[in-house]
Design a protein around this ligand. Sequence first.
Ligand code: MN
Length: 292
Amino acid sequence: MNASLATVPVILSRTVERLVAGQATSDGAGVKLTRVLTQDLQRRLDPFLMLDAFGSDNPNDYIAGFPDHPHRGFETVTYMIAGHMRHLDSAGHEGLLENGGVQWMTAGKGVIHSEIPQQEEGVMEGFQLWLNLPKRDKMNEPWYRDFPNQELPQFVTPQGVAATVIAGHSHGIQGAVTRDGTEPLYLDLHLPAGARFEQPLPAGHNAFVYVYRGEVSVSGQSVPAQRMAILKNEPQADGVVIQASADAKILLIAGKPLNEPIAQYGPFVMNTQQEIFQAINDYRDGRLGETA
Ligand code: MN
């Protein structure tokens, strides 16, 4: 089905700098999750601020969801592997996020939203990635889109790797979302055992792999399930080569660092402490999330 896939060979793959297990935590009204990309990695993995993995078949772990809360200064990308979650926000957006769908929300100058499960049993599994905005875009108007699974660009390589291109470009396929400032690449890859996948990456971009099923290896380093592998920025390396040691499902995420100051207070991510105080005041006074 993809006779015309553009393949750019990777001559020298990046290696693994380190493996990260993440931290078990809870957020919202008590949703259990693993924070894979924690605050101490924000500088190393600039422009990415956070990656949460949630997955449970116990409703007590997810049923409370995330009632009304604010965001300012960055983008949230929610990828639902299994389950149903309803989103409502102060900019008037509403959507149902379900099996294989992506919700991309640019908080910009501010939204107040809720993310509430629409199921009382069964599996709820997915990821939420926080992507920073360049300083010049932090106070832009909010933006929002839901992409049901069938609207996400997908392709299959000759080796049988099924790829979903949530953001950026891969093998000549343009993703659902592209961004100038941070140039994010967000791929979900399903690799049959033994398959190889090559992805060119600019040497200066920060990149990582998260394995959520099976096991892969990168330049001879094994990356087991529930681990993030931070890929080393090597000037000679022109991309990454991923080899599936078993049937595997992984996220491959990369982006162009902003190299701007990061000031975070909970759901607000700005450049200075002064801008954080402003966000807190605007939220307290009901100005955050006001429609223009
Ligand atoms: Mn949120």
